[in-house]
Design a protein. Sequence first.
Length: 363
Amino acid sequence: MKMGILAAALMGITLAAGSAMAESKPVIGALIRNLDDQFLNDYTANLKKAAAAKGAELKIMDARSDMATQLDQLNTLVSQGVKYFVVVPAVTEGSEQLASVIASKNGGAAFSNTAPTVAALKSSANFFLASSPESIAGSIQADIVDAYFKKFPNKLGPGKSINMILFLGQLGHPAQIYRTQAVLKDLEKKGYKVNVIAKDTANWQPDEAQQKMDAWLNAYKGKFNLILANNDAMALGAVESLITAKYVDDPANPTKDVDGDGTFLKVPVIGVDATQVALRSMSENKLYATVLQDAAGQATTAFDLAYTMATKGAVNGATINDIKPLDSAIEEAPANDPALVKQIYLVPFKGVTKENLSTFLKK
């Protein structure tokens, strides 16, 4: 009788332990710079999909672009026992503080979208970058501009001149720096005389871009033949300004693409991100073109890195989301440090024009 009771008790303990193990699941913290940013909103939606597919719990924190807030949010998650993270830093410089806290708990992180510093990545072998090489986005913008003016050379200024209005992202952000440098450098390499008529940061935001474009239209109407932006949100802000001002091919018929260049605006506007909002604008002949920054690719790669650490303890150079770590350094920090290449997973950019729009636009 006693043996039966003991056996039943042991069975109960075993079943309870098995049930607890079945119920336990990896917990991943997600520290996001700002969910008001359309790209990061899309990015986070893809994080949720990745977590659901793996049966993991995802704890999302929105820093609203404030580094102190993001550090507080990290400490909150750490106090709850979270060790592994996807991190989109509020600012690059703040990545070292975030890395220090995570490393102190023997945790790991996949930094993503906003690149961390070299020092942050070097502070642990369990820190990774899952992002896209920002200079490539600028180079693809330059290729799109080159194709446009080769097709419509009459829209160039004298001496093959491009008179550009340029919207910059958050100043000092790696995307702002490398995208801007690359597009200007590559256009000059292609033989264009580039004059930047006006440029300023709009901090990735459409409303700021629209306000600046309103002012620049008053000052420079008829003096520019191209608008570039470091992201789609700012490009769309500029588009709305042009539409409101009827700076279009035919003010009497404001949605008609009179010259057949793919936009009814007087000048082409080109962004980066290929958000669905931007792609719909392209389909309506407003925004001319964009560059796909793969929100799904970045988010899934970052999540899978964090999940691999949480479930296996280390990544060990594994192929993640069909992407291998770098095998050699590139010019762009932090991937310019040869000691870090095995910690860096790069998701490619792709140009999006009318020719391939249907591939990316969701119905």
